[in-house]
Design a protein around this ligand. Sequence first.
Ligand SMILES: [Zn+2]
Length: 192
Amino acid sequence: MDVDGLPVTVTRKPIKNMYLRVRSADGDVEISAPARMSERQIVDFVRSRREWIALQRSRLSGLAGGGSGGAQNAPVWTDELARRAEASIRAALPGLLAKWEPIIGRAPSHISLRVMTSRWGSCTPKTGRIRLNLQLGLMDPKFLESVLVHEMTHLWNTRGHGPEFQRRMDMYQPDWRRLKRELDRQPVMRRP
Ligand SMILES: [Zn+2]
């Protein structure tokens, strides 16, 4: 099977949970799945672990410098990872914008993607431009959505992250604080 361009081999087994294994930088992702698990559930499972798969493959490619995680050993950007991240974000944006523009009542004039090491996104309310960290394309999709909502909320020209910003975020995405805490714990990939 193929999930967003990722080759996946599924083996059905008499087990209760799904397991995922990445053995090489460019080989198939191997899934062990319970006999009755639907194809849809397997696809969702692989998508929810995109970041882990990308990081694992990057490490196996030998470009990440080995190691077992932690900031110093965070994976390094490669052209392939950048391509994958950009394609993933560009594919997700139309649906996310269609969902959130009517809710937030503001639309960005332009969205650019770039590798950033100290923030997940930024916004210039005056020009309507939003920049997103390319790494979001390799992570759980909920993070891209949360950062996009955050930056779109800045289009209201709220002062920083003050009460007005928080009131709007509470309204649009009630669990934004939890998502932000979780996001800020994620390892940040290093520039080559
Ligand atoms: Zn902000």
